[in-house]
Design a protein around this ligand. Sequence first.
Ligand code: B12
Length: 497
Amino acid sequence: MQRKNFKFMFVFFNDRMRTNIPLNIAYLTASLKNAGFSTCVFDTSFYKEHERISDEKKKEEAGIFMPVDYSSIGMELKEGSLLDDLFAYIDNEAPSIIGFSVFSQAKQQNFRLAKLVKERYPHIPIIMGGVHVNIEPKTVLAFDFVDYICIGEGEEAVVELSERLNNGLSVEGIKNIGHKVDGQLHINPLRPLIEMDKLPYLDYESFAKVHQYGPYRGKLLKMALVEATRTCPFGCSYCGNRIYKPAYDESNHVFRYRHKSPKRWVEEIKFYKENYGVEFLNIADGTYVAQNTQIFEELAPIYKNEVGIPFFCDATVHCINPRKVELLKEMGCVCVNMGLETGSEEYRKKYLNRSMTNEKIIQAFNLVKDSGMEVRSYNIIGLPFQTRKDIFDTIELNRLCNVDSVSMSIFMPYEGTPLREVCIENGLLDPNIEITGDGTTPIITNPHLADEELLGLYNTFAIYVKAPKSVYPQIALAEGHSPESLQLRKKLMDDYL
Ligand code: B12
């Protein structure tokens, strides 16, 4: 059968007000299209029925996210039924296989949709991939409604699987793919990590135009979410970037931090700029600035001359040095986001597996700030055993770092992370509780901090960081949950944020 008659459909699950083109699906459809297969994407974004669609509002109300007017790009919430639309889409597209990409916090919604799809279209195979599938591959593959899983990177695996299915061949032995034989689970070993320069450009064509926009400081810009590096050299205990490592170890492949070559990356960004009018980059990489100084020496001049689009990116304080800061500035970086997470050195080391001193953090933030770029800190509050004092230490450290803005979430004990295990071992978390949401509500039980107090601190954290200390007694009143407290909080936000 001709390859173009084989159609790989993806379900893009997005239950928040997020406009980015998802890297994972955009890489997979690009790989399949480059190999001659057909693809289509059912987009679950912006349905009114999503329970978490208004979560972003909570961030706005806490002053950590500026409100944006989505209607300015013609975006409106969809009134219809997501499931009815999904079925109509499948009827219309008649896909050969349907893929789901699963993040842990949305696993139940993905599983529910996949189950309903299988009941109605038993003849269409279903494949699941994504970060959560790597956490519990066997559990996912064992579901009746799942035919295949993909572990590790998927770009090459989906092409090989499509080739075999299209030619009516056995799927046995395809690396990175799990399948069933007479009800028995077979999970094949992994192929080596893909060389970053061999990755395709992201496929923009499969997504609605609204996904080409992104919010920055209250405005929607033509913004591309892009990737230059994969994984992260560090091993923070609350982060899931190591989830893929054990399976690569088992297959005797090195799992390592790596990056696209400067020349190749610049060509790629130029392509998005020229073809889609991209005017701003959101560099998705967890630790973009961990690339070594020599790479930035090579990258900065060509980026500046050939692309010149402003961007923001993430760094860890460990990898900041004066020369990198100069080069980032030269490239047009407007803001560097860095993890501060908590103010206590001791806590950071003991529970978060982060070894940097407060002095190092202050130095790194100020180095960036003095160069004229903005700095934004990432913070987590409501960590296991954290006290009110610990949170004030975090606020104080943010003040010493002169941050321009803060990003903050209430601790989420994501599956596959060491800190989640600490919570379970200490009876702070029932492992059966489903982790949903966006870090705006408490999930673990904290012996030293009631949920209500934590939520009050969530709502006022940004004000505590930016307002003069003489205002602290008023901010404390604004921590409350009464209409008066809310009104006071709004006033303080207007005055200080
Ligand atoms: C970039 C990034 C984002 C970006 C883009 C995400 C995206 N969908 O493209 C943004 C900023 C939008 C984002 C948002 C979130 N993220 Co994030 N993110 C990352 C980061 C830094 C890199 C992930 C990435 O894009 N890698 C590159 C892509 C291509 O790899 P991939 O997603 O694994 O996909 C490959 C394979 O898994 C496979 N594959 C994936 N899906 C499928 C589907 C099929 C059918 C097949 C066959 C294969 C397949 O093929 C892909 C290509 O190789 C990681 C940390 C890290 N260093 O890994 C966290 C990480 C994945 N994110 C995480 C979280 C928690 C979130 C949020 C929930 C945060 C929040 N509170 O809002 C949201 C959820 C978004 C959503 N869609 O629901 C967690 C996930 C934990 C977990 N167990 O699920 C991580 C591990 C970081 C952490 N905090 O621990 N994120």
